[in-house]
Design a protein around this ligand. Structure first.
Ligand SMILES: Nc1ncnc2c1ncn2[C@@H]1O[C@H](COP(=O)(O)OP(=O)(O)OP(=O)(O)O)[C@@H](O)[C@H]1O
Length: 599
């Protein structure tokens, strides 16, 4: 089925006056023909947000336009390489590069040129240095940088590493945070060096980890690599990029640069201390702590950052009560338990959907309960859209949107095809970290895992070993692992089944001792409401605290709403400007000022 997501007003039959700005009222193409009041412009159109809503209640048609560029980039991956720029470099730009200790030879080697270019930041043409990006000697992209350090990449061009051809077939390389640092390493005689194309974005609360689209596009260049020296800047943003690069490329083969006092990147080292020191700094790069014994010196910079910024709360999924109890952090291990059919998987689905729609989390799911995986995808689409899975409730536009959303954020294991030991599931998850940068991994449920007991090992000993492996994986790969586990048979009192906790899980008390967090989903038999109990929080009170939150469950959509709040029946329409660039914020209904409603 080839649906087209609307990108122009004409695609949805809306006519807006050419000069219109802000918010306008127009005839609704869905209901105007059937209306008796032909003068009623019942459709409110917000031209900036690119959303609309009909205020004639029987119609209530609403929707949003999609960003053509975003869709092209994301779905079709159609890129347009820029034209080869003229080989001109002004004396002024050359002087600037020379002043950064870059020789004419290096400037020529990297084919640096300059020329006038329209810059969105200043809204005028500026003289810009052009850093060309090649793959197989073909120009793929250009970075333009003006004198005030504003930069932009070529329009619709593919994001790849700068100087990529230099690492083809290499077993060792250096990755820098900018072109000048990359050229500085080259200047110092380190030739297998590349730079990320768009620096490091400043991390912030509620902001997703840096998205390394360029790594997805160049992944094969790193498959044979044995040692990767990460030379991002020594500031907070640079460290965050460093950590994500190492997570994606595998910490075991990555080392990172520690800069001499008073410098924060390779170019500063070159300027201040010269070429030999650049080489020395790169050769003395230190390993990421994976396991073993550490001293404060090993992680001093990160510790200082913790001191300055404090321990951060994790990502909150947007339920006011539940958010006070619990937040989600990568690198942790959470067990979800509850009596069969009380909604463990359903609640987890809802959490995963919200973590994606709010923060862009990507999830790998090994679910034995949800097979074939297509059915699971359908449930997630329903939950995301807040619509029953039925063509009469989900129109083709919403359907296309839902598919795009699940396609971008979920990777499903086909449980028929894989060995079901903890080791092999984690190996598969490691692959997905490196290939797609997954943020969470769900195993649902535990009792399908094969117990491959070692000689003399009891079931309890095996569980302990398996949970240790999972914890190590979550820490080393900075992935939140969700493990759904059933309780042993629960006893029943007059008020219904007892509420299970981590000690109730069949097999071992290790489920309590060896996990970071424990959540129970339990239907209160007196009220029928699902109640979510946060039973254990390792990082109390930072990640959360113990307590419970009462929900309602919408069977048709699989959505949860807190007790006194309503289910949003709107397709999420908002463009989230707060940081996450996918532009979807589920459950936020479109808002128009009430006083503008005209019937
Ligand atoms: N609170 C609820 N009210 C009504 N139906 C529910 C509720 N919670 C879940 N369900 C439905 O019950 C079925 C089982 O839910 P789910 O798989 O999430 O439960 P579970 O606790 O994970 O069960 P199991 O232990 O068997 O895997 C699903 O069809 C789901 O839609």
């Amino acid at each position: 089925m080839q649906e087209k997501l609307p990108t122009e007003w004409a695609d949805v039959g809306i006519t807006v006056p050419g000069h219109a700005k802000g918010q306008v009222k127009v005839f609704c193409p869905q209901c105007h023909d059937q209306r008796r009041n032909k003068t009623d412009k019942s459709l409110s159109v917000n031209l900036e947000e690119r959303v609309w809503q009909c205020h004639y209640p029987p119609c209530s048609w609403s929707g949003r336009l999609f960003d053509q560029e975003l869709l092209q980039q994301r779905k079709k991956r159609v890129y347009t390489p820029p034209a080869e720029p003229p080989p001109h470099l002004s004396e002024k730009s050359k002087k600037y590069l020379n002043s950064r200790s870059l020789s004419d030879n290096t400037i020529r080697r990297f084919k640096i040129t300059d020329g006038m270019e329209w810059m969105p930041q200043t809204e005028k043409e500026q003289n810009c240095i052009r850093f060309p990006y090649y793959r197989n000697e073909q120009l793929v992209n250009i970075k333009y940088r003006d004198g005030a350090k504003n930069f932009k990449m070529a329009k619709d061009a593919e994001l790849i590493f700068f100087h990529l051809d230099a690492i083809e077939g290499a077993e060792e390389c250096v990755i820098t945070e900018g072109e000048i640092d990359c050229m500085s390493a080259y200047e110092a005689g380190v030739y297998q060096v590349v730079s990320v194309p768009n620096g490091a974005s400043k991390p912030g609360a509620g902001k997703a980890a840096p998205k390394l689209e360029y790594l997805d596009n160049c992944f094969e260049y790193f498959t044979v690599m044995k040692r990767i020296v990460i030379a991002t800047d020594g500031d907070t943003a640079g460290r965050s990029l460093r950590d994500e690069l190492a997570r994606r490329l595998g910490r075991h083969r990555c080392v990172y640069v520690v800069y001499p006092e008073g410098t924060k990147d390779l170019n500063e080292v070159l300027l201040t201390h010269g070429k030999d020191r650049v080489k020395q700094v790169l050769s003395e790069a230190v390993a990421f702590p994976i396991e073993g014994v550490h001293t404060v010196t090993d992680f001093e910079a990160d510790l200082d950052q913790l001191y300055l910024e404090g321990i951060k709360r994790g990502d909150q999924i947007g339920y006011p009560d539940f958010d006070k109890l619990f937040s989600f952090k990568r690198g942790q291990f959470t067990v979800v338990t509850g009596i069969p059919n009380h909604g463990k998987s359903a609640f987890l689905n809802q959490c995963l959907v919200r973590l994606s729609s709010r923060y862009g989390w990507k999830h790998a799911i090994c679910s034995f309960e949800h097979q074939p995986v297509m059915h699971h995808a359908a449930k997630l689409i329903s939950c995301f859209l807040g619509k029953r899975f039925d063509p009469s409730t989900i129109n083709t536009t919403q359907w296309a949107w839902g598919k795009l959303f699940v396609d971008e954020h979920f990777y499903f294991f086909n449980t028929e095809d894989i060995e079901l030991t903890v080791g092999s599931l984690l190996d598969k998850a490691k692959e997905l970290v490196m290939r797609y940068g997954i943020d969470s991994f769900t195993i649902d449920p535990w009792n399908y895992i094969e117990f491959n007991l070692e000689r003399g090992e009891t079931e309890t000993m095996f569980i302990s070993r398996a949970l240790t492996l999972i914890t190590k994986f979550s820490r080393a790969y900075d992935v939140h692992v969700f493990l759904v586990a059933h309780p042993a048979k629960m006893s029943k009192t007059g008020k219904g089944f007892d509420i299970p906790n981590l000690y109730s899980i069949a097999g071992s008390a290790h489920f309590n001792n060896k996990t970071d967090n424990g959540i129970t989903v339990h239907i209160d038999e007196m009220t029928g409401n699902p109640v979510v109990y946060v039973q254990k929080v390792r990082e109390q009170p930072y990640t959360g605290v113990k307590g419970h939150s009462i929900f309602r469950f919408e069977v048709g959509t699989g959505r949860y709403a807190e007790l006194d709040t309503s289910f949003s029946d709107e397709v999420p329409l908002y463009l989230d400007r707060k940081g996450y660039d996918y532009g979807l914020l589920a459950d936020d209904p479109i808002k128009f000022p009430q006083d503008e409603i005209i019937f």
